[in-house]
Write a protein that binds this ligand. Structure first.
Ligand code: MTE
Ligand code: MO
Length: 361
């Protein structure tokens, strides 16, 4: 399988190619640790993966929110600053989008992801706050605008410019990382080499890859990625759309192929993962009969913010024929996955319990 503009191999047991993007096959995570290996981490590119040499690269920080003129950092200078690590997922805002159509019968636009547009990695880099302070950020600054070095995005004949998404200064100074390592290795080209942003818990678009410059502004900033895209539009939302999306929602997925064949009267260990951008997952319930009965799954990881928990539940399928598996998570913010996700035209933030069909044979 190949997707235009992605550098790494995309073997079909690890990835489903969706247009120019690659979705992780969830069953390929079974038996792996909390961290998604880079070879099976999903890829979402608005353009194509650029090849950037770290040696010639630099980051420019500039704008009305700085005390002075632009400040530049080379790759070696960034690596010499105090380092931080964070375990965090990157998840596309549209992850789960296909279920608006297949489960709720609703029209939505965008990449028809199932649940594999997410990966968790251990990111190492320097705090964005550290870099902003060194660049002379002032008290009057309100927004920062990180921008990628990949090509300009042309959508329906309109040039939107380079991928860039405003971030409120408060978040920028909180837990955001300029990451240069993923799972202990330099960032691979597809994931933002040499340096990307990691915005823990927030929609994937915030974690700008192939970072080139950051505008720091004393006025609110706008780009198509926080005005026309990555807001909720449609009859259930304000006419001007919701506020720009920030935190990810709650989801669960089985590490099992859809329509898998499971032998009757043979014990099977169902495994999967649940995650939330709002708070750590504290409970996962499983149903093997389409939602008539529920029981608790065993959690294998301590709940951690911005990451997922692995879980398992034993099952002995009795009756041959079709069955529907469900997994439903609750997080420490008190949210439980609903039966139906609130529709929006671009199909963001799907959070309903996903029906997972299998066949008992
Ligand atoms: N950054 C740049 N420069 N260009 C992009 O196309 N895609 C964004 C984000 N950062 C993108 C980007 C989106 S929509 C997502 S979901 C994540 O990167 C995907 O990160 P990954 O490809 O490392 O999984
Ligand atoms: Mo995304």
């Amino acid at each position: 399988a190949t997707a235009p503009g992605i550098v790494k191999p995309l073997p079909p047991e690890l990835f489903t190619v969706r247009g120019t993007n690659a979705e992780t096959v969830f069953s390929s995570l079974r038996g792996t640790g909390v961290l998604t290996p880079a070879d099976r981490f999903f890829v979402r590119n608005h353009t194509v993966t650029p090849r950037i040499d770290a040696a010639g690269w630099e980051l420019t920080v500039w704008g009305s929110g700085l005390a002075g003129g632009p400040v530049r950092f080379s790759y070696d200078e960034l690596r010499a600053l105090p380092a931080s690590t964070v375990t965090a997922f990157v998840e596309c805002a549209g992850n789960g989008r296909s279920f608006y159509a297949t489960q709720q019968g609703q029209q939505v636009g965008g990449t028809a992801w199932t649940l594999g547009a997410i990966g968790v990695a251990r990111w190492r880099g320097v705090r964005l706050g550290e870099v902003l302070r060194r660049a002379g950020v002032t008290r009057g600054a309100v927004d920062v605008l990180p921008r990628g070095l990949d090509d300009e995005v042309v959508s329906a004949g309109v040039n939107l410019g380079r991928v860039r998404r405003p971030l409120p200064l408060a978040k920028a100074l909180d837990d955001v990382l300029l990451a240069y390592e993923m799972n202990g290795e330099p960032l691979p080209p597809d994931h933002g080499h040499p340096v990307r942003l990691i915005v823990p818990g927030w929609v994937g678009i915030s974690s700008v890859k192939w970072l080139g410059d950051i505008e720091v502004s004393d006025e609110p900033l706008y780009s198509p990625w926080n005005t026309d895209m990555y807001r909720l539009f449609g009859p259930e939302h304000p006419p001007e759309g919701s506020a720009p999306l920030t935190r990810q929602t709650l989801k669960s997925a089985f590490e099992l192929d859809r329509d898998a064949a499971l032998p009757a009267r043979r014990p099977v260990l169902l495994t999967g993962r649940s995650w939330s951008g709002a708070a750590p997952v504290r409970e996962v319930e499983i149903s093997t009969d389409g939602g008539a009965h529920w029981r608790r799954a065993r959690l294998h990881d301590a709940p951690r913010p911005g990451s997922w928990v692995r879980w398992s539940a034993g099952w002995v399928p009795r009756t041959p024929g079709p069955a529907v598996l469900l997994a439903r998570a609750t997080d420490r913010a008190g949210r439980t996955q609903p039966d139906v996700s609130v529709h929006n035209t671009q199909g963001y933030l799907f959070d309903a319990v996903v029906r997972h069909p299998v066949t008992v044979v």
